[in-house]
Design a protein around this ligand. Structure first.
Ligand code: ACO
Length: 325
C-alpha cells in the first residue's frame, strides 16, 4: 500500500504583528528579535476567528487541489495546542463547517511536531480497509495563549494553518521512514499551566497569568537542537539515505538559530533548507504544513525529491519523516 500526500493548502491570517509593533508593547527591539530568533513579523488571527476557522480555510484549499468533495473524507485529524475548546475536538467543528458528513474526527495534542504525529496516525489508519482519504491539519491560534506582557515569549509566536490530503493507492509510499520520540521528564520547561485538571481555572490562575504559555527558552533551545538532529538522523538511517541525498530540509520554524544549528549538525547545504520564520514566527503544529504548502505554491517541490521534515515541541516530543515528494 502506498500512502500519498496528494495536496496541501494553507491559511495565513491577514493581520500582521511586526517587531516594531512589539516594541510598543514590551521592552524589546527589532534588532534583538531578529538577531536572537530570525523573526521580523508574525500573523495574528482576527478576534472572531478560532483555530477551527483557520483549519477549515486551509482544508478547503487542500480539498480543492485534491479535487475531492468533503463527503469523500474518511477521517479529519487536527493537530493543535490551541483547540477551540477543551472539548469537543476542533476536528469536529471543522467537520461541521466542511460538511464532511461521513468522516471520523479527532484532535492530536502533540505541540509543534503535531503535524508529523498526525501524518503517522493517518498512515496507520490507511492500513485499515475502511479508510481511503484523510485530512491532516496543523492549526494554531497561539496569540490566544501568548502573554503579551512577557517579552521572553511574546515575540516568538504566530497564527496559521496548513492542511494535507493523504490517501492510498497501490504505488510506492510517499513516507519513506518516520521517527517519533518523547521525553516527558522535562515537560515543565514549556507548558500552559492552568485550565486543565491539574490546575483548573480560578481567580488565582487568572491573576497569576497561568492561562498563558510559559517557557524556559534557553533550556528549550538545547533540547530542540539535540532532538531535531537525533530525529533527522534516525529517519535517514531507517530509509538508508545520507544527509547529502536530501533535496529539502523543512524544519519546524521555532528560531533561526535552532534551524541553523540543526542544519549544520546534519551537514546540509543552506540552500536546501526552507525558512519562512522571518514572516511567520513560530506557528507550532501549523509550521511544517504551512511551509510545505508555500513551497508547493512556489513550485519549489518537484516530484521525486527527498524532503526531510523534522520538529520538536512541548512535552518534550520530537518527530521526523523522510518523504518522497
Ligand atoms: N527583547 C529584549 N531582550 C530580551 C527579550 C526580548 N524579546 N527576551 C529576553 N530578553 C533578554 C532576557 O531577559 C535576558 O536578559 P538578562 O541577560 O538581562 O537576563 C537576555 O535577553 C538573554 O535571554 P535568554 O533567554 O538567555 O536569550 P536567548 O538567547 O536564549 O534567546 C529565546 C531567547 C529566543 C527565547 C531562545 O532561548 C529560544 O528561541 N528558545 C527556544 C524557544 C522555542 O523554540 N520554543 C519552542 C516553543 S514551541 C511549542 O511547543 C509551542
Amino acid at each position: 500500500m502506498g500512502v500519498k500526500i496528494v495536496a496541501m493548502g494553507s491559511y495565513i491570517p491577514e493581520n500582521i504583528l511586526t517587531n516594531a509593533d512589539l516594541e510598543k508593547i514590551v521592552e524589546t527591539s527589532d534588532s534583538w528579535i531578529v538577531e536572537r530568533t530570525g523573526i521580523r513579523e508574525r500573523h495574528i488571527a482576527s478576534p472572531e476567528d478560532a483555530t477551527s476557522d483557520l483549519a477549515y480555510r486551509a482544508a478547503v484549499k487542500a480539498l480543492q487541489k485534491a479535487e475531492l468533495e468533503p463527503e469523500q473524507i474518511d477521517v479529519i485529524l487536527v493537530a493543535t495546542a490551541c483547540p477551540d475548546y477543551l472539548f469537543p475536538a476542533t476536528a469536529c467543528i471543522v467537520q461541521a463547517h466542511l460538511g464532511a458528513k461521513r468522516s471520523a474526527c479527532f484532535d492530536i495534542e502533540a505541540a509543534c511536531p503535531g503535524f508529523i504525529y498526525a501524518l503517522e496516525i493517518a498512515r496507520g489508519l490507511l492500513s485499515i480497509p475502511n479508510y481511503r482519504n484523510i485530512l491532516v491539519i496543523g492549526a494554531e491560534t497561539l496569540s490566544r495563549i501568548t502573554d503579551y506582557t512577557d517579552r521572553n515569549t511574546c515575540v516568538l509566536f504566530g497564527d496559521g494553518a496548513g492542511a494535507a490530503v493523504v490517501t492510498k493507492d497501490n504505488s510506492d509510499s510517499d513516507i519513506l521512514s518516520s521517527y517519533l520520540k518523547g521525553n516527558g521528564e522535562v515537560h515543565k520547561l514549556l507548558m500552559l499551566p492552568a485550565g486543565g485538571s491539574r490546575k483548573p481555572a480560578s481567580f488565582e490562575t487568572v491573576r497569576d497569568r497561568d492561562h498563558y504559555l510559559k517557557m524556559q527558552g534557553r533550556e528549550v533551545f538545547k533540547h530542540a537542537v539535540n532532538g531535531m538532529q537525533d530525529a533527522a538522523q534516525k529517519v535517514l538511517e531507517r530509509a538508508g539515505f545520507r544527509s547529502e541525498d536530501i533535496d529539502w530540509l523543512v524544519p519546524h520554524q521555532a528560531n533561526i538559530r535552532i534551524i541553523e544549528a540543526t542544519r549544520e549538525k546534519l551537514g546540509i547545504q543552506p540552500n536546501k533548507v526552507y525558512v519562512n520564520i522571518d514572516r511567520m514566527g513560530n506557528t507550532s503544529a501549523a509550521s511544517i504544513p504551512i511551509a510545505l504548502s508555500e513551497m508547493e505554491d512556489k513550485g519549489l517541490l518537484k516530484r521525486g525529491q527527498l524532503v526531510l521534515i523534522v520538529s520538536f515541541g512541548a512535552g518534550f516530543i520530537y518527530g521526523a519523516m523522510l518523504l518522497r515528494w
